[in-house]
Design a protein around this ligand. Structure first.
Ligand code: NAD
Length: 263
């Protein structure tokens, strides 16, 4: 409901970058942060979709959204877009939610390593893993200088344990995010920057809608809570991880999965 995030202004004054923000989980994260009073950078690859997402949230009183059309895997373009956004919003982003990710040919069983195009392997690594590195590389100097910063990465339960429905490139990048998160938590902790990750289970987004219904039904059957998750439920976890209520939590990858593949 509309009051879901309206109870507190826990993120007022924050400048939050959300990548992959035009659809799915990223879009719900944008809404959550706006309702908590943040200025939100809505970053995605399609100019039209970015503009559409920004326009959709114009009515939210608490925060304000600005669009960034850029591919997270392109460091030079990203750095330029971030510089421009800092000029427009009056400062660098102090919070980043790295959510952009791709899962081509989602049904892993039909997509074994010997059938995989190396270019596709490279693209998944570039977006899902190097995309995280790129935003953190670009934004961590200002966070260090300020002595505060909040970073949330996106893994998956399929990065923690074997899942038959994803392909090896996707699983490898999602496992890598767990290690990246721990390592950067150690590097950046002394500067007051917390780094955590989310491991969503099966969440009802366009990514998942593109999959055969029987695959989603099988995943629901394996989920103790017996349903798909909602993007807003992942957004709630991102809010918590970046709030003062998680002030001593860093280096963690938190399942938001209704118990699917729990480890
Ligand atoms: P989605 O496909 O519905 O949305 C992803 C968004 O990222 C899209 O708007 C897309 O345009 C954008 N994007 C893709 N490549 C980009 C790039 N190079 N630069 C900038 N933006 C880019 O996906 P979703 O289901 O909302 O998933 C969001 C994240 O959560 C992904 O990292 C995904 O791997 C992860 N995840 C999703 C699920 C799930 O069940 N939906 C489960 C586990 C993890």
């Amino acid at each position: 409901d509309d009051l879901r995030y309206a109870t507190r202004d826990s993120h007022a004054g924050r400048r939050v970058l959300v990548t992959g923000a035009a659809r799915g989980i990223g879009r719900a994260i944008v809404e959550a942060f706006l309702r908590r009073g943040a200025t939100v950078g809505v970053l995605d690859v399609s100019e039209d979709e970015v503009a559409g997402a920004v326009a959709a949230f114009e009515g939210i009183r608490q925060g304000s959204a600005i669009g960034l059309t850029v591919d997270v895997s392109d460091y030079a373009a990203l750095a330029t877009a971030l510089k421009d956004a800092a000029a427009r919003t009056g400062g660098a982003f102090d919070t980043v939610v790295n959510n952009a990710g791709i899962s081509p040919k989602h049904a892993g069983a039909a997509h074994r390593v010997w059938e995989m195009d190396p270019a596709e392997w490279g693209r998944v690594v570039d977006v899902n893993l190097t995309g995280h590195f790129n935003t953190i590389r670009a934004l961590s100097p200002a966070m260090r200088e300020a002595g505060r910063g909040w970073i949330v990465n996106t893994s998956s339960v399929a990065g923690k344990t074997y899942s038959p429905i994803v392909a090896c490139h996707y699983a490898a990048t999602k496992s890598a995010i767990i290690g990246l998160t721990k390592h950067l938590a150690a590097e950046l902790g002394p500067f007051g920057i917390r780094v955590n990750a989310l491991a969503p289970g099966r969440i009802e987004t366009p990514m998942v809608a593109g999959v055969a219904p029987e695959i989603n039904a099988a995943q629901v059957a394996m989920t103790p809570m017996g349903r798909l998750g909602q993007p807003a439920e992942v957004a709630d976890a991102a809010l918590w991880l970046t709030s003062s209520e998680a002030s001593f939590v860093t280096g963690q990858t938190i399942d938001v999965a209704g118990g699917l593949y729990m480890t």
